[in-house]
Design a protein around this ligand. Structure first.
Ligand code: DC
Length: 244
Protein backbone atom coordinates (compact mmCIF):
# COMPACT_ATOMS: atom_id res chain seq x y z
CA UNK A 1 0.00 0.00 0.00
CA UNK A 2 1.41 3.44 -0.89
CA UNK A 3 1.96 6.10 1.76
CA UNK A 4 -0.65 8.26 0.04
CA UNK A 5 -3.39 5.85 1.05
CA UNK A 6 -5.74 7.51 3.57
CA UNK A 7 -4.98 6.69 7.21
CA UNK A 8 -1.61 5.33 6.15
CA UNK A 9 0.49 6.55 9.08
CA UNK A 10 2.64 3.58 10.22
CA UNK A 11 1.78 4.62 13.80
CA UNK A 12 -1.79 3.49 13.27
CA UNK A 13 -1.33 0.76 10.70
CA UNK A 14 -2.93 -2.47 11.89
CA UNK A 15 -0.74 -5.59 11.87
CA UNK A 16 -3.01 -7.05 9.20
CA UNK A 17 -1.56 -4.47 6.77
CA UNK A 18 -4.69 -2.59 5.85
CA UNK A 19 -6.80 -0.07 7.69
CA UNK A 20 -9.97 -0.46 9.69
CA UNK A 21 -12.46 2.12 10.84
CA UNK A 22 -14.90 0.54 13.32
CA UNK A 23 -18.30 2.18 13.81
CA UNK A 24 -20.41 0.69 16.60
CA UNK A 25 -23.59 1.77 18.33
CA UNK A 26 -27.20 0.82 19.10
CA UNK A 27 -30.04 0.17 16.63
CA UNK A 28 -31.04 3.07 14.42
CA UNK A 29 -28.09 5.21 15.45
CA UNK A 30 -27.35 5.66 11.75
CA UNK A 31 -24.30 3.40 11.77
CA UNK A 32 -24.76 1.67 8.44
CA UNK A 33 -25.64 4.66 6.32
CA UNK A 34 -22.93 6.72 8.01
CA UNK A 35 -20.39 3.92 7.55
CA UNK A 36 -21.33 3.57 3.89
CA UNK A 37 -20.88 7.29 3.32
CA UNK A 38 -17.60 7.48 5.28
CA UNK A 39 -16.28 4.54 3.26
CA UNK A 40 -17.10 6.38 0.06
CA UNK A 41 -15.34 9.50 1.26
CA UNK A 42 -12.21 7.62 2.29
CA UNK A 43 -12.18 5.29 -0.72
CA UNK A 44 -12.53 2.29 1.64
CA UNK A 45 -14.91 -0.66 1.45
CA UNK A 46 -17.93 -0.86 3.71
CA UNK A 47 -18.86 -4.01 5.61
CA UNK A 48 -22.23 -4.08 7.45
CA UNK A 49 -21.90 -6.86 10.04
CA UNK A 50 -25.56 -6.56 11.07
CA UNK A 51 -26.54 -7.57 7.53
CA UNK A 52 -24.90 -10.96 8.16
CA UNK A 53 -26.86 -11.57 11.37
CA UNK A 54 -29.95 -10.62 9.42
CA UNK A 55 -29.01 -12.94 6.54
CA UNK A 56 -28.53 -15.87 8.95
CA UNK A 57 -31.94 -15.11 10.48
CA UNK A 58 -33.68 -14.77 7.11
CA UNK A 59 -32.35 -18.09 5.82
CA UNK A 60 -33.17 -19.92 9.07
CA UNK A 61 -36.68 -18.50 8.94
CA UNK A 62 -37.15 -19.50 5.31
CA UNK A 63 -35.80 -23.02 5.87
CA UNK A 64 -37.19 -23.92 9.30
CA UNK A 65 -39.85 -21.40 10.29
CA UNK A 66 -39.57 -19.58 13.62
CA UNK A 67 -38.54 -22.53 15.76
CA UNK A 68 -34.92 -22.93 14.75
CA UNK A 69 -32.10 -23.56 17.17
CA UNK A 70 -28.41 -22.74 16.89
CA UNK A 71 -27.53 -26.04 15.20
CA UNK A 72 -30.14 -25.40 12.53
CA UNK A 73 -28.91 -21.85 11.91
CA UNK A 74 -25.32 -23.07 11.64
CA UNK A 75 -26.40 -25.70 9.11
CA UNK A 76 -28.10 -23.07 6.94
CA UNK A 77 -25.51 -20.27 7.07
CA UNK A 78 -23.27 -22.28 4.74
CA UNK A 79 -25.75 -21.32 2.01
CA UNK A 80 -24.93 -17.60 2.42
CA UNK A 81 -22.11 -15.82 0.61
CA UNK A 82 -20.85 -12.26 0.62
CA UNK A 83 -20.67 -10.65 -2.80
CA UNK A 84 -18.57 -7.52 -3.40
CA UNK A 85 -20.90 -4.79 -4.72
CA UNK A 86 -19.42 -1.39 -5.60
CA UNK A 87 -17.62 -0.31 -2.42
CA UNK A 88 -19.59 -2.67 -0.21
CA UNK A 89 -20.56 -6.33 0.30
CA UNK A 90 -24.02 -7.85 -0.07
CA UNK A 91 -25.08 -11.17 1.49
CA UNK A 92 -26.44 -13.52 -1.17
CA UNK A 93 -28.51 -16.69 -0.94
CA UNK A 94 -29.10 -19.01 -3.90
CA UNK A 95 -27.18 -16.50 -5.98
CA UNK A 96 -29.55 -13.62 -5.16
CA UNK A 97 -28.89 -10.52 -3.10
CA UNK A 98 -30.93 -10.54 0.11
CA UNK A 99 -31.51 -6.85 0.84
CA UNK A 100 -35.30 -7.07 0.85
CA UNK A 101 -35.39 -10.37 2.79
CA UNK A 102 -33.05 -9.18 5.54
CA UNK A 103 -35.02 -5.99 6.20
CA UNK A 104 -38.35 -7.85 6.61
CA UNK A 105 -40.12 -7.12 9.95
CA UNK A 106 -40.03 -10.85 10.97
CA UNK A 107 -36.25 -10.80 10.55
CA UNK A 108 -35.95 -7.64 12.63
CA UNK A 109 -38.10 -9.29 15.30
CA UNK A 110 -35.99 -12.48 15.47
CA UNK A 111 -32.48 -11.29 14.72
CA UNK A 112 -31.52 -10.43 18.32
CA UNK A 113 -32.11 -14.09 19.25
CA UNK A 114 -29.83 -15.27 16.44
CA UNK A 115 -27.21 -12.67 17.37
CA UNK A 116 -26.96 -14.29 20.84
CA UNK A 117 -25.83 -17.62 19.35
CA UNK A 118 -22.12 -18.08 19.89
CA UNK A 119 -21.54 -20.14 16.76
CA UNK A 120 -23.35 -17.56 14.64
CA UNK A 121 -21.22 -14.78 16.11
CA UNK A 122 -18.10 -16.75 15.18
CA UNK A 123 -19.46 -17.26 11.66
CA UNK A 124 -20.16 -13.53 11.24
CA UNK A 125 -16.79 -12.51 12.69
CA UNK A 126 -14.95 -14.85 10.31
CA UNK A 127 -16.87 -13.52 7.29
CA UNK A 128 -16.31 -9.89 8.27
CA UNK A 129 -12.59 -10.45 8.78
CA UNK A 130 -12.37 -12.28 5.46
CA UNK A 131 -14.21 -9.46 3.64
CA UNK A 132 -11.83 -6.95 5.21
CA UNK A 133 -8.72 -8.94 4.36
CA UNK A 134 -6.40 -7.03 2.07
CA UNK A 135 -8.48 -3.88 1.76
CA UNK A 136 -9.13 -0.78 3.82
CA UNK A 137 -12.56 -0.98 5.39
CA UNK A 138 -15.20 0.80 7.39
CA UNK A 139 -17.04 -1.86 9.38
CA UNK A 140 -20.20 -1.16 11.35
CA UNK A 141 -21.89 -3.21 14.05
CA UNK A 142 -22.03 -3.59 17.81
CA UNK A 143 -18.76 -5.24 18.77
CA UNK A 144 -16.44 -4.33 15.93
CA UNK A 145 -14.09 -2.20 18.05
CA UNK A 146 -14.12 -4.65 20.96
CA UNK A 147 -14.22 -8.16 19.47
CA UNK A 148 -13.91 -8.25 15.69
CA UNK A 149 -11.17 -5.64 15.24
CA UNK A 150 -9.86 -4.69 18.69
CA UNK A 151 -6.83 -3.13 16.92
CA UNK A 152 -8.91 -1.00 14.54
CA UNK A 153 -7.14 2.19 13.50
CA UNK A 154 -10.11 4.38 14.36
CA UNK A 155 -13.06 3.44 16.57
CA UNK A 156 -16.23 5.44 16.77
CA UNK A 157 -19.27 4.73 18.94
CA UNK A 158 -22.44 6.47 17.77
CA UNK A 159 -25.30 7.19 20.13
CA UNK A 160 -28.49 9.22 19.85
CA UNK A 161 -31.52 9.85 21.98
CA UNK A 162 -34.04 6.98 21.47
CA UNK A 163 -36.84 9.38 20.48
CA UNK A 164 -34.66 10.89 17.77
CA UNK A 165 -33.56 7.44 16.56
CA UNK A 166 -37.21 6.40 16.35
CA UNK A 167 -38.12 9.59 14.48
CA UNK A 168 -35.33 9.04 11.94
CA UNK A 169 -36.17 5.39 11.44
CA UNK A 170 -39.86 6.10 10.79
CA UNK A 171 -39.11 9.01 8.47
CA UNK A 172 -36.83 6.74 6.46
CA UNK A 173 -39.35 3.89 6.45
CA UNK A 174 -42.45 5.89 5.49
CA UNK A 175 -40.93 8.83 3.62
CA UNK A 176 -42.93 11.33 5.71
CA UNK A 177 -42.78 12.99 9.13
CA UNK A 178 -44.16 10.55 11.75
CA UNK A 179 -46.72 11.55 14.37
CA UNK A 180 -45.76 11.76 18.05
CA UNK A 181 -47.82 8.62 18.77
CA UNK A 182 -45.95 6.69 16.08
CA UNK A 183 -42.62 7.91 17.44
CA UNK A 184 -43.63 6.90 20.97
CA UNK A 185 -44.46 3.33 19.80
CA UNK A 186 -41.26 3.01 17.83
CA UNK A 187 -39.23 4.40 20.74
CA UNK A 188 -40.60 1.64 22.95
CA UNK A 189 -39.66 -1.01 20.37
CA UNK A 190 -36.17 0.46 20.03
CA UNK A 191 -35.60 0.52 23.78
CA UNK A 192 -36.65 -3.15 23.95
CA UNK A 193 -34.22 -3.97 21.13
CA UNK A 194 -31.46 -2.04 22.89
CA UNK A 195 -32.03 -4.25 25.94
CA UNK A 196 -31.88 -7.46 23.84
CA UNK A 197 -28.67 -6.36 22.10
CA UNK A 198 -27.07 -4.81 25.20
CA UNK A 199 -24.56 -7.61 25.89
CA UNK A 200 -22.76 -7.16 22.62
CA UNK A 201 -23.27 -3.40 22.11
CA UNK A 202 -20.11 -2.28 23.85
CA UNK A 203 -18.12 0.91 23.49
CA UNK A 204 -14.41 0.13 23.28
CA UNK A 205 -12.28 2.02 25.81
CA UNK A 206 -10.43 3.73 22.97
CA UNK A 207 -13.53 4.53 20.89
CA UNK A 208 -14.57 8.11 20.28
CA UNK A 209 -18.14 8.71 21.37
CA UNK A 210 -20.28 10.82 19.03
CA UNK A 211 -23.78 11.79 20.13
CA UNK A 212 -25.65 12.36 16.88
CA UNK A 213 -28.94 13.53 18.41
CA UNK A 214 -28.44 17.08 17.15
CA UNK A 215 -26.28 16.29 14.13
CA UNK A 216 -27.35 15.81 10.55
CA UNK A 217 -26.04 12.76 8.80
CA UNK A 218 -23.69 14.91 6.74
CA UNK A 219 -22.27 16.35 9.99
CA UNK A 220 -21.75 12.85 11.46
CA UNK A 221 -19.92 11.80 8.34
CA UNK A 222 -17.84 14.96 8.40
CA UNK A 223 -16.75 14.35 12.01
CA UNK A 224 -15.62 10.81 11.29
CA UNK A 225 -13.84 11.78 8.08
CA UNK A 226 -12.10 14.57 10.03
CA UNK A 227 -11.04 12.07 12.70
CA UNK A 228 -9.60 9.90 9.96
CA UNK A 229 -7.64 12.99 8.82
CA UNK A 230 -6.22 13.49 12.32
CA UNK A 231 -5.11 9.86 12.44
CA UNK A 232 -3.49 10.39 9.08
CA UNK A 233 -1.33 12.99 10.74
CA UNK A 234 -2.79 16.03 8.96
CA UNK A 235 -5.92 18.15 8.94
CA UNK A 236 -9.38 16.95 7.99
CA UNK A 237 -9.39 14.37 5.25
CA UNK A 238 -9.78 16.20 1.96
CA UNK A 239 -12.26 13.88 0.32
CA UNK A 240 -14.92 15.05 -2.13
CA UNK A 241 -18.59 15.55 -1.30
CA UNK A 242 -20.28 12.14 -1.13
CA UNK A 243 -22.51 10.77 -3.84
CA UNK A 244 -25.88 10.18 -2.25
O1 DC B 1 -27.61 -3.12 13.03
P1 DC B 1 -28.72 -4.10 12.68
O2 DC B 1 -30.07 -3.70 13.18
O3 DC B 1 -28.74 -4.47 11.24
O4 DC B 1 -28.30 -5.45 13.48
C1 DC B 1 -29.06 -6.60 13.41
C2 DC B 1 -28.86 -7.45 14.65
O5 DC B 1 -27.55 -7.96 14.71
C3 DC B 1 -29.11 -6.75 15.98
O6 DC B 1 -29.85 -7.64 16.81
C4 DC B 1 -27.76 -6.56 16.58
C5 DC B 1 -26.96 -7.66 15.96
N1 DC B 1 -25.56 -7.33 15.74
C6 DC B 1 -24.65 -7.81 16.64
O7 DC B 1 -25.02 -8.46 17.62
N2 DC B 1 -23.32 -7.58 16.42
C7 DC B 1 -22.91 -6.87 15.36
N3 DC B 1 -21.60 -6.66 15.16
C8 DC B 1 -23.86 -6.37 14.43
C9 DC B 1 -25.19 -6.60 14.66
Amino acid sequence: MSDETPLSSPRVRAPRGSLVVAIDGPAASGKSSTAQWVAQRLGFRHVDSGALYRAATAVALARAGEHFDEDAVLRFVGEISLRPVQNSFAPTWKGEEMEELIRAPEVTRLVSRVAQMRGVREWVDAHVREAADGCDVVVDGRDIGTVVFPDADLKVFLIADPWERARRRLTQRHGRAPTDAEIADETERLVQRDAKDATQTVQAKDAILIDTTYLTQAEQVERIVSLAGIFRGGGPADAQAPET
